[in-house]
Write a protein that binds this ligand. Structure first.
Ligand code: N01
Length: 487
């Protein structure tokens, strides 16, 4: 049977969209367009430009498997280098040429076997296959703090950094101690005249080395063999597995070891007993995303830094009023308060066949079979969709495996064996039931904390099984779970 000429549209030119662009070209698709709402590729790495931005996946593991990068300067990749990497890869593989920038999709409707797309600019397009690579954490969460607009100084979210505001010698308040807030405090201590870190929930902080690669090392890494040896796949995979095990079984050896390493870090790094107690976590380790930091404890003990745990009562023109009545005068307030994790492609409106509507399907919480497909949304596939592996995984690795699954579906569409593919409603229902039950056994649920992993029902919205199970699921579709309309 001759291959069908199918048109593919990819929404989003971040890490996952670039991957789709590369893989589709490799597979010989000639009609591929990426649409990107911003003016550059890069997704989260384009949006986040805060001082200290670093990825906590080891540098050489934070790349596509087919495009390693010998040039990382640090053991953990600095944000600007990650952005530069994606820009370079996108140019190298011609993905930038397939991308229409400054085009935000507002709706996608499945009509007569095709996706009809509308964009904010008024542009319209259509596609046989729609790939949503719109990212996970991209809508900043603005906290519900009274007086947010009364502040007379500069106030912005960590993902909307205002680079026109000078930092040196200023009085800066950082609200939030997730990965972002911790990295920010480490970067700003010593630069600010006074730095205050406003936290509600002490974090588990794992010490990590973040050394520099020498020029000689970087030159040596050009040899793939040398790089592969340095990457120590065995050690890395063991660490990833231990982390996953610890999430699934909070009594596992790995969980105990990680908690012990974090506590030792606290005991050894923080001299003042009062400060140490304020920094001591009260929930179980790994309930929130573990923080990897080489220098936060040092930063918070800097003579110009202070930890404020009294609670933010409100923001006033001159600064932050804490629950004990004290006014903390500030020049700059940074909201490191995280993201809305349940947005995905939205606010885009998506309607499938038989009257299916994304808002209705996701009324409770976002869901998708294996994080990739949804019933009655044929030929729409997601990369890093709802409830897929997030945790401390490299999302690049996850997206590559998801692509491997998706390309098997696409191959059937292309060969004409099927004209429409999505999961059966019962398959999604069964998957959601099993996932929810398993998620309730994870430390994200039992660990006694609140976190962005929890959906509106309080159920962890992530992959609650092993990494091995994920690989197994992605290796080959269970066709019986998929609704394939004959071509
Ligand atoms: O956000 P978060 P993030 N008043 O949601 C606090 C990835 N990432 O941007 O814990 C006061 O984790 C909130 O307090 P509490 C990574 O996946 C990766 O830091 O709810 N405080 C919390 O401290 C990460 O997990 C890297 O008590 C308020 C913070 O804000 C994810 O992005 C680097 C508040 C939010 O923490 C999100 O991290 C950076 C309020 N009203 C980010 N509302 C890597 O290194 C919220 N908070 C790869």
């Amino acid at each position: 049977m001759a291959e069908k000429q199918l048109k593919v549209v990819v929404l989003g030119a971040g890490m996952a969209g670039i991957l789709a662009g590369i893989k589709l070209q490799e597979a010989g698709f000639t009609d591929v367009t990426l649409y990107e709402k911003a003016d550059r590729v890069g997704g989260t790495w384009r949006e986040n430009t805060y001082p200290g931005l670093t990825c906590d996946v080891p540098s050489h593991h934070y790349t596509y498997t087919f495009e390693r990068n010998p040039d990382w300067t640090r053991h953990l990749p600095p944000g600007p280098e990650v952005q530069a990497y994606f820009e370079r890869v996108s140019r190298k593989y011609g993905v930038d040429k397939l991308t229409r920038f400054n085009e935000e999709a507002v709706s996608a409707n499945y009509q007569d076997g095709r996706w009809q797309l509308a964009f904010r600019s008024g542009l319209r397009d259509s596609a046989d296959i729609l790939i949503c690579a719109t990212g996970v954490l991209h809508q900043p969460q603005t906290p519900d703090i009274e007086g947010l607009h009364d502040f007379a100084g500069a106030l912005f979210h960590s993902a909307r950094w205002d680079h026109s505001v000078p930092l040196d010698g200023k009085r800066i308040g950082v609200i939030g101690n997730g990965s972002t807030g911790v990295q920010l405090v480490s970067a700003l201590a010593g630069r600010a005249a006074h730095l205050e870190h406003y936290t509600r929930t002490p974090q588990w902080i794992m010490p990590v080395e973040n050394g520099h690669f020498t020029e000689a090392q970087r030159a040596a890494f050009r040899d793939p063999q040398v790089l592969a040896e340095a990457m120590d796949f065995e050690g890395y995979n063991a660490a990833v597995n231990a982390y996953t095990e610890a999430i699934i079984d909070e009594h596992s050896e790995g969980a105990k070891n990680m908690a012990a390493a974090c506590l030792q870090n606290l005991e050894q790094s923080v001299a003042d007993p009062q400060l140490r107690e304020k920094l001591r976590p009260t929930h179980r380790a790994l309930c929130k995303r573990l923080i990897f930091s080489p220098d936060y404890y040092q930063a918070i003990q800097h003579p110009n830094a202070a930890l404020v745990t009294e609670g933010v009562e409100r923001i006033e023109a001159r600064g932050i009023r804490t629950a004990d009545g004290q006014l903390h005068e500030l020049d700059i307030i940074v909201l490191a308060t995280g993201f809305r994790p349940d947005v995905f492609m939205r606010p885009m409106r998506i309607s499938g066949r038989n009257g299916a509507d994304l808002e209705a399907l996701w009324a409770d919480h976002p869901k998708a079979y294996l994080a990739i497909t949804m019933p009655d949304f044929p030929n729409l596939f997601m990369l890093n969709g709802p409830n897929g592996p997030v945790g401390n995984y490299s999302l690049i690795d996850i997206a590559e495996h998801q692509w491997h699954y998706i390309e098997q579906l696409i191959a059937r569409l292309r060969s004409g064996q099927a004209s429409e593919i999505c999961c059966h409603a019962q398959a999604l229902e069964r998957f959601e039931h099993e996932r929810t039950e398993a998620a309730k056994k994870t430390v994200w649920f039992t660990g006694g904390c609140n976190s962005w992993y929890l959906d509106s029902r309080g159920v962890p919205a992530s992959w609650p099984w092993t990494y091995a199970r994920f690989l197994e699921e992605m290796a080959a579709p269970r066709w019986e779970d998929l609704d394939c309309v004959a071509g």
